[in-house]
Unconditional design. Sequence first.
Length: 222
Amino acid sequence: MTTFILVPGAWHGGWWWQPVVERLTAAGHRAVPVTPAGLAEGDELAGQRAINLDTHVQQVLDQARATGQDDLVLVGHSYGGSVINQVADQVPQQIAALVHLDSDVLENGESCYTFTTPANREYFLEAVTPDGLGVAPLPFFDERARPHPLATLLQPTRLSGAWKTVPVKHFVAALETPGGLQAPESMRRVSEDPAWRYEEWPVRHNVLAEGPERVTDLLLRL
């Protein structure tokens, strides 16, 4: 049995992973879908303790440590990539594989804001909520999407490089996203790096939009 810890992209919660969770569970594995702090149904960022990238990293780190296992698979979609690498940097001995689904592969000192596309940076600033704490979800997102804590996108990563010792690092590039590629710098960074397994899919950035089968198959063949 493998334990998969599944971190969604910005604005999303563990519900995004549910079809994958069902299939992994049916195959005899354990799947832990994460709803990052501030993104649960009914959450309001106002009045909460400040939520930054450290908050989300600590949340997933606590879940990883609680398993007591040393063969975990961390899976991150989009923004989730910045979280799983920082977790792996702190407990590399617990991680068997990192799976990045069209996500951010950051180096020390980079943030999601500095690393993303110009169009995304513009949206992050234009869509700041009136209280200044979050970024509103895009209008076509699922109705369960919540404003994403702004500080998580702005805070620079702190990485020693220990995450690079994880034996399996797999990246999926989504090539059919309307408006253009969402992870071009990540694609450039890993596609020619022999330490990575790299593949391209003819899907949108929302890699579950056409169903969970492709993602589940990938995780089961790691």
